[in-house]
Design a protein. Structure first.
Length: 174
């Protein structure tokens, strides 16, 4: 994919205690290793049409050097993203709290849907591609009827605060 993020274009050390900048590879490698196998809850924050925030816990995965997550077409998250793709996603990883900011867009191409469904299946969620989205034998009760949309986050900024050695706090711009 041409818009896949590989490395940040700028990095800022946010640490006030003299800690070194954290490399982007630290959270990126943990995301790649721990999704979808570990029990991680990602929180997606979107903007309602009236400007108020909305946050929801989702299952997300890191694949193709990008973050993917699912939303039922009638959910507040999906309706918000249809109006305004700007969002943030937060997660506590092993040793580092991470917030990702960017734009989330619905994925509809069959090749990507099949590839990402396979990644979800490897983690235990039996996703299958159907009608331009996903279906499965189970989903969050609030998701509504399938097919569920797949979103890909185009990353603009990320913030990491390490809660294990080496400590530090860093902002990455993409």
């Amino acid at each position: 994919m041409t818009d896949t993020v590989k490395e940040p274009i700028a990095t800022r050390n946010l640490s006030r205690d003299g800690s070194e900048e954290l490399p982007w590879s630290r959270p990126r490698d943990i995301l790649a290793a721990d999704t979808p196998g570990e029990d991680l809850t990602f929180f997606v924050a979107t903007v309602r049409p009236d400007g108020r925030p909305h946050t929801a816990g989702v299952g997300a995965i890191w694949a193709d050097d990008a973050l993917y997550f699912v939303g039922g077409p009638g959910t507040r998250r999906s309706r918000n993203l249809a109006q305004n793709p700007a969002c943030s996603v937060s997660v506590r990883l092993r040793g580092i709290d991470l917030t990702l900011e960017g734009d989330a867009h619905q994925v509809t191409d069959a090749e990507t849907l099949e590839r990402i469904a396979a990644v979800y299946r490897s983690g235990g969620w039996p996703a299958r591609v159907e009608d331009g989205g996903f279906n499965a034998s189970f989903m969050a009760p609030s998701a509504g009827p399938a097919p569920w949309h797949l979103y890909r986050l185009t990353l603009h900024k990320a913030y990491g605060v390490a809660c294990a050695e080496p400590y530090g706090a860093t902002a990455w711009d993409f």
